[in-house]
Write a protein that binds this ligand. Structure first.
Ligand code: HEC
Length: 189
């Protein structure tokens, strides 16, 4: 029998995609891989950020994200099985590398709607022609995130750093419990 979590995922996937694309239930291996790889990335980025903040302060930590977040993501990618990759995306990206693609925008918009309705699941799986995309929503649950993604104009040094480094920065003005974006694990079949 299906667990209620699986039914939620299946219903969501059906809602997100046309029936032709969604023919079978999402394999458990896809869910397990998405879960494992997204957690690995978040742990790696989170522990490094925490360490930088504690030992070097806010500006150095921001610079660390600029210099290292993408490289660390690539490092996590390097030791995955062939056909498995991970990245972060947002509707309001800071780093242009993290701008969501057209299909990803649709999923992020659905997530926003589900969050507004207090129905956001732990993950959403999207079936594509030759791959699955596992999306883990990133909701702001820690005050520390707001130091660099909240109202940063009160910190002149930080806002100058951000506008200089990211002229197109859209990742400010967030509040607690806002949807910041998602981790996407792509699993090729
Ligand atoms: C010290 C400043 C700082 C803090 C604190 C911080 N971030 Fe960021 N964040 C950045 C910078 C700089 C980038 C862009 C570089 C990158 O990561 O690719 C970024 C990028 C991101 C991205 C990728 C999407 C995008 O906009 O490019 C997500 C998702 C994100 N941050 C979530 C969080 C969350 C959740 C927290 C709290 C746990 C957090 N951040 C705390 C500075 C920070």
């Amino acid at each position: 029998m299906f667990s209620s979590k699986k039914i939620t995922t299946a219903a969501l996937t059906a809602f997100l995609l046309s029936a032709t694309l969604y023919a079978t239930e999402v394999p458990q291996t896809v869910i397990d891989t998405g879960d494992k790889v997204s957690k690995e990335l978040l742990k790696k980025l989170g522990s490094n950020l925490k360490h930088e903040l504690k030992t070097k302060g806010l500006i150095a930590a921001a610079n660390f994200c600029t210099q290292k977040a993408y490289t660390l993501t690539q490092e996590v990618n390097l030791h995955q099985l062939e056909g498995v990759s991970v990245k972060r995306i947002s509707l309001k990206a800071r780093n242009p590398e993290n701008i969501a693609s057209a299909d990803e925008i649709k999923v992020l918009e659905s997530m926003q709607k589900l969050l507004d309705e207090k129905k956001l699941p732990a993950y959403i799986v999207e079936k594509q022609a030759e791959s699955y995309k596992y999306y883990k929503p990133l909701v702001i649950k820690k005050e520390v995130c707001l130091k660099c993604h909240g109202n940063i104009s009160s910190n002149q040094e930080l806002s100058e750093y951000m506008s200089k480094t990211y002229p197109e920065d859209k990742a400010t003005g967030y509040k607690m419990n806002d949807l910041r974006g998602a981790v996407v694990v792509e699993i090729k079949q």
